[in-house]
Design a protein around this ligand. Structure first.
Ligand SMILES: C[S@@+](CC[C@H](N)C(=O)[O-])C[C@H]1O[C@@H](n2cnc3c(N)ncnc32)[C@H](O)[C@@H]1O
Length: 219
């Protein structure tokens, strides 16, 4: 039998670990004031540029969707893993969440005022990332914004377990300048790249600096 492809391995992994992941990540944003500040800047830019829906792509438990909704954005979420979508719906019944993949979005052209992909492109292999960025460029309205969050660096970190659960998860670290170059090739205009140092203490220690790239669709 052939090996499942990377997206299928990611989907199975998050489906298996969904409850434990949700319990672990729940309080993370409250512990990261700089990350909240960047999301706040994104929300303000989107609100002042466009009206229209904002997609949280790779939304997981919906915690970022809910945060952005609290900042006044009309957000909905999309995630590869049905179990994560079920948890997001349960935690945030007032918001809409759907199963889908960022490499083939079931969304109209130019309909989104904003996209946030917060630590979700980290699971997309290099060769498929241009396809995801092309989908972001296609579905954003002219003048719409994209906010990415990801681990800065290089190489792939592989996890075989999460708590008690067997998983097969690849975490792709990337240099912000490489991501910016790829976004440009997709037709998106970089606005800001921010790298904060790894937060080594607290309940959510990090092993690598964290990167945040903001881009805009021209027009
Ligand atoms: C590290 S979690 C982050 C979840 C959420 N953005 C957050 O910050 O809590 C990564 C999420 O990306 C989703 N994901 C991975 N590859 C995806 C893809 N190709 N399309 C959509 N979602 C994807 C996973 O299912 C998982 O829920």
């Amino acid at each position: 039998m052939s090996e499942p492809d990377p997206a299928e391995r990611t989907r199975r992994s998050y489906d298996a670990a969904a409850e434990d992941y949700a319990a672990w990540i729940g309080a993370e944003l409250a512990a990261k004031p700089l990350d909240r500040a960047l999301l706040g800047g994104f929300a303000e830019l989107v609100r002042s540029a466009k009206t229209g829906p904002v997609a949280d792509i790779g939304c997981g438990t919906g915690r970022i969707s809910a945060h952005l909704a609290g900042l006044g954005l009309p957000v909905f979420g999309i995630d590869l893993a049905p179990r994560m979508v079920a948890l997001a719906r349960r935690a945030h019944p007032e918001l809409r969440f759907e199963v889908g993949t960022m490499t083939d979005l079931a969304l109209d052209d130019a309909g989104l005022a904003g996209i946030v992909a917060w630590y979700s492109t980290i699971h997309v292999p290099d060769e498929q990332l241009p396809r995801a960025f092309a989908e972001f460029a296609r579905t954003l309205a002219p003048g719409g914004y994209l906010q990415l969050g990801f681990q800065a660096g290089e190489g792939v970190v592989h996890y075989e377990s999460f708590g008690e659960h067997a998983v097969a998860l690849d975490f792709h670290r990337r240099h912000p300048e490489d991501v910016v170059a790829m976004l440009r090739r997709a037709g998106l205009q970089p606005c800001a790249r921010t790298v904060r140092e790894a937060d080594v203490g607290g309940d959510f220690p990090e092993r690598t600096p964290q990167a945040f790239v903001l881009a805009r669709k021209p027009g």
